[in-house]
Design a protein around this ligand. Structure first.
Ligand SMILES: [Zn+2]
Length: 339
């Protein structure tokens, strides 16, 4: 009797097992073929899978207390914070002291000019914006994600951009900004000498601001990166380049004051640092950048305690201007920097 029961049980188990083997693949196929069934199967078979869960709703952030009349975002290309702190940059140092500052903000991987500025101006991670190349390659087509400047312009906010490198024009396609200035692209420029230096960029920005007073302005100084690639991070030439950048900052700030603009916010940051003659690797020398907020609504003399990353720049400006970044933005407003 026992042996008969055992045989029946073995047969039943074998049959059940065979049925399972047969039924599993069609059920799996149903998951991909039929959308309504898929969530049920996933929910019962793998209830703890984080990938199957919808993203949590974003926590509402209180609107800013002071809304700046003008925002000037200045990117000091390739400026490593420890080198900037050691360089003769009295204006930048004063703004860092008087404003809300961190010397340990983080770039994105890879810490290269075009990918990093893309994250800075969109709030997107590289895996979402997809810009891993560091040259403007027309064959790759126009930039396809909304930048802070596109959103601002669509929202009726006046905008302008002044870049020392032609490749950043990739992020400002036609119609996305009221005015842009950059060196004419030169495909034969393999040495990377086709730049507008900081003083020239600052002069262009100052002249434009005097007439048009844009509400949102992007300014890019290439000098420290240029000196780094030719002479090193750090080098005497790079320290000299940073003195030039500080003079350009002083010139721009004075020009904006002369234009009688009030309630101006400055954000000073960089796309990446560097070491030796290069950058682009996930290491502190390349990844660490400064992030300084100074002016309208800024909590003065404050050393930021929360970690700031490059995409937070776009999120902060979007928050201040009441713009909405795409849902997949990883940037968070640095509201700690404001009163
Ligand atoms: Zn760069």
């Amino acid at each position: 009797m026992h042996s008969f029961r055992t045989v029946v049980c073995v047969l039943a188990c074998a049959l059940w097992s065979a049925c399972q083997e047969k039924t599993v693949p069609p059920s799996a196929a149903t998951q991909t073929a039929s959308e309504p069934v898929a969530p049920k199967v996933l929910a019962t078979s793998a209830p703890t899978l984080p990938a199957a869960q919808p993203p949590p709703p974003s926590i509402p952030i209180a609107p800013p207390t002071v809304v700046p009349a003008h925002i000037v975002l200045i990117s000091f290309d390739g400026t490593r914070p420890d080198i900037a702190q050691a360089a003769r940059m009295p204006t930048l140092h004063a703004m860092a002291r008087e404003g809300a500052t961190t010397w340990t903000a983080q770039s994105i991987v890879p810490p290269l000019t075009l990918p990093a500025h893309t994250s800075m101006l969109t709030g997107l991670a590289p895996e979402d914006h997809g810009v891993y190349w560091n040259q403007w390659i027309p064959a790759f087509g126009p930039f396809r994600h909304p930048t802070l400047f596109m959103l601002a312009k669509a929202g009726g906010i006046s905008t302008a951009a002044f870049s020392g490198k032609d490749k950043l024009a990739y992020l400002f396609p036609t119609g996305s900004v009221d005015h842009i200035s950059f060196p004419a692209p030169d495909p034969s420029d393999w040495m990377g000498t086709n730049i507008f230096n900081a003083r020239r960029v600052a002069a262009q920005a100052t002249n434009y601001f005097a007439v048009h007073k844009p509400r949102l302005m992007f300014v890019h100084f290439p000098d420290a990166d240029f000196a780094g690639h030719y002479h090193g991070w750090p080098s005497a030439e790079q320290f000299a380049a940073l003195i030039e950048c500080d003079a350009a900052l002083t010139q721009l700030k004075a020009g904006i004051e002369q234009a009688k603009a009030t309630n101006v916010l400055y954000i000073l940051t960089a796309d990446h640092g560097g070491n030796g003659l290069s950058h682009g690797v996930d290491r502190p020398a390349d990844m660490t950048v400064m992030w300084i907020a100074w002016g309208a609504g800024v909590r003065g003399g404050h050393l930021l305690t929360n970690q700031v990353t490059l995409p937070d720049t776009a999120a902060t400006i979007a928050w201040l201007l009441g713009l909405k970044l795409p849902a997949n933005s990883i940037g968070k407003p640095v509201n700690e920097a404001f009163q």
